[in-house]
Design a protein around this ligand. Structure first.
Ligand code: UD1
Length: 429
C-alpha cells in the first residue's frame, strides 16, 4: 500500500484549485438511475469513491463514460434500462453511500435488493431513517440475511417524512425516491447541507419539482418520468476547509480558488478566533498566517450550517500547536476521535472522554509513522505532518485517495515537502 511522507516546516505559498464535492458527486451519479436519458456531470472529482460507484452503476445497467476536457473532468451516465436491481454486500460494504442506489432503483423499477452497509469505523451508522423514509413512500421493506428487499410493485406514493434527527444520507435518499412517486411528499427536519441543494437542483433540471432544499422542510411534487440534464458538481467544502487548515497549520499564504467561502462560514469563524487571517473572494478565499502562536478555541460539530464533523479531525490537528486548552465536542458520530491517538504519536497532548476531546497545545510536534482508519482522520495527520519537525509518514493512504484529488500535487505546488511512496505490497493491517 502507498504511503505519504511529509517533511514538516515548509510554509505554504500559492494557489490551490478546489475540486467538485465527493459527497455531492456520488449522490448525483445515483440520480442517473432515475432516467433513461443521459445525465452529464461536469466538475467531477476523480476519486476512488466515484470510480467505485461508477462500477456499481455499470452492474445495474448504467453506461459510464468519463472524459478529461480542458474545462475539467466530466462523466456521462446513461441508464437506458435497469438490468439488475441487486447491489451485493462486497460493493456496498466498501462504500456506504452506495446504499443510496436503493431508492432510485425502487422508484424506477419497483424493486431492489441492496446489502445493508454494515459497520463503519466512525460509529454504528445505521440506515433505519433511510428505510423509514422509503416506507413512508409506500415501499415494502423486508430484511433477510444482511439484505434489504424493497418492493413497490405499483410504484411509490407521495407521503410525509418527519425525520427524528438530521441525516444527510437519509434526506438525499428520500429525495432520490420521492421525485418519481405518485403525488406530493413533504420532508420535515431535513438536512440543509449544500450537497442537498446541489442534488435538488440537478433533479429539478431533470424535470423534478422540488422546493425548499437548503431549509428544514422540503416539498416534492412527484413526476411520472425524468429526463437527462447537464449539471456542474458544486465545490468540495470539506476539501476547501482542509486546505484552509493546512495553510493555517504550516503558515504562509494560500489562495483557494473555484470554491465558496460561505460553505465554510463556521470554520472561518473558528480560524479567525484562533488568530488566522481569512479574506473571502468571489471565487474562494485566502488564508494567511505569519508567525505567532495560534489561540486555543472551543467548538462543537453540528449539522450544516454548524461546524462540519468532516473538518473536526483537521481542526484538532491545528489545535495541537495552539496556546492553551481547546475543547472539541463531536455530536454527529460516536467514536470519531480515532485520529487522537495518532496525533499523540506526533507529540500532541490530547485526552478524550466520550464525545469530548481536550487538546492542550504543545510548542512543537515531532514526525513519526502514523496511520488512520478513515478519510478525514488520515488528512488530519497530513496537516499535522506539515508543521511537525522531521519526517511524518502516513500509512494506509487509500483512505486519502477515496476523498482527496491529487492531494500531494496540490500541496507541493504551494511548497509543501510531501511525496508519495509507492507500495511494496506489504500488508499494513
Ligand atoms: C454524510 C457524509 C459524511 C458526513 C455526514 C455528516 C456522504 C457520503 N457522507 O454521511 O461525510 O460526515 O454526512 O455530515 O455524504 N443515522 C442514523 N440512522 C440513519 C442515518 C443516520 O442513526 O438511518 C445517524 C448516523 O449514525 C449519524 C447521524 O445520524 O450519527 C448523522 O449521519 P448522516 O447525516 O446520515 O451521515 P451520512 O449521510 O452517513
Amino acid at each position: 500500500m502507498d504511503r505519504i511522507a511529509i517533511t514538516g516546516g515548509a510554509r505554504l505559498q500559492g494557489e490551490i484549485p478546489i475540486s467538485g464535492a465527493k459527497n455531492s458527486a456520488i449522490k448525483l451519479m445515483a440520480a442517473s438511475l432515475l432516467t433513461d436519458e443521459p445525465l452529464r456531470l461536469t466538475n467531477m472529482p476523480r476519486l476512488a469513491d466515484t470510480r467505485f460507484l461508477g462500477k456499481l452503476l455499470q452492474r445495474l445497467g448504467t453506461e459510464v463514460v468519463e472524459s478529461e476536457l480542458e474545462s475539467g473532468s466530466e462523466t456521462l451516465l446513461t441508464t437506458r434500462e435497469i438490468v439488475s436491481g441487486f447491489a451485493p454486500y462486497d460493493l456496498v460494504r466498501q462504500m456506504r453511500a452506495s446504499f443510496n442506489v436503493l431508492g432510485p432503483l425502487l422508484a424506477r423499477s419497483g424493486q431492489a435488493k441492496v446489502s445493508l452497509p454494515g459497520g463503519c469505523t466512525i460509529g454504528a451508522r445505521p440506515v433505519d431513517l433511510h428505510l423509514k423514509a422509503l416506507e413512508a413512500l409506500g415501499a415494502r421493506i423486508d430484511l433477510h440475511e444482511g439484505y434489504v428487499y424493497a418492493q413497490a410493485p405499483r410504484g411509490l406514493k407521495g407521503g410525509e417524512i418527519d425525520f427524528p434527527f438530521v441525516s444527510v444520507g437519509a434526506t438525499e435518499h428520500a429525495l432520490l425516491a420521492a421525485v418519481l412517486a405518485d403525488g406530493d411528499t413533504v420532508m420535515t427536519n431535513a438536512a440543509q447541507e449544500p450537497e442537498i441543494v446541489d442534488l435538488a437542483e440537478c433533479l429539478n433540471k431533470m424535470g423534478a419539482k422540488i422546493t425548499g432544499a437548503g431549509t428544514s422542510t422540503i416539498r416534492i411534487q412527484g413526476a411520472t418520468s425524468l429526463s437527462g440534464a447537464t449539471h456542474a458538481v458544486l465545490p468540495d467544502r470539506i476539501e476547501t476547509g482542509t486546505y484552509a487548515l493546512a495553510a493555517a497549520m504550516a503558515g504562509g499564504e494560500v489562495r483557494l480558488t473555484r470554491t465558496r467561502s460561505d460553505f465554510i462560514a463556521a470554520l472561518i469563524d473558528k480560524l479567525v478566533e484562533a488568530g488566522v487571517e481569512v479574506t473571502a473572494h468571489n471565487d474562494g478565499l485566502t488564508v494567511k498566517r505569519n508567525g505567532g502562536r495560534l489561540r486555543a478555541v472551543e467548538l462543537e460539530t453540528d449539522p450544516y450550517p454548524g461546524f462540519a464533523t468532516d473538518l473536526q479531525a483537521q481542526f484538532m490537528a491545528l489545535m495541537t500547536l495552539a496556546e492553551g486548552e481547546s475543547i472539541i465536542r463531536e455530536t454527529i458520530f460516536e467514536n470519531r476521535f480515532m485520529h487522537a491517538p495518532e496525533l499523540r504519536r506526533l507529540g500532541a497532548d490530547i485526552t478524550v472522554h466520550g464525545g469530548e476531546a481536550r487538546v492542550r497545545g504543545v510548542e512543537a510536534l515531532e514526525g513519526a509513522q502514523v496511520m488512520a482508519t478513515d478519510l478525514r482522520a488520515s488528512v488530519s495527520l497530513v496537516i499535522a505532518g506539515l508543521a511537525a519537525r522531521g519526517e511524518t509518514v502516513v500509512n494506509r493512504v487509500y483512505h486519502l485517495d477515496r476523498g482527496f484529488e491529487r492531494l500531494e500535487e496540490k500541496l507541493s505546488a504551494c511548497g509543501a515537502q510531501i511525496r508519495r511512496i509507492q507500495g511494496d505490497g506489504e500488508a499494513e493491517d
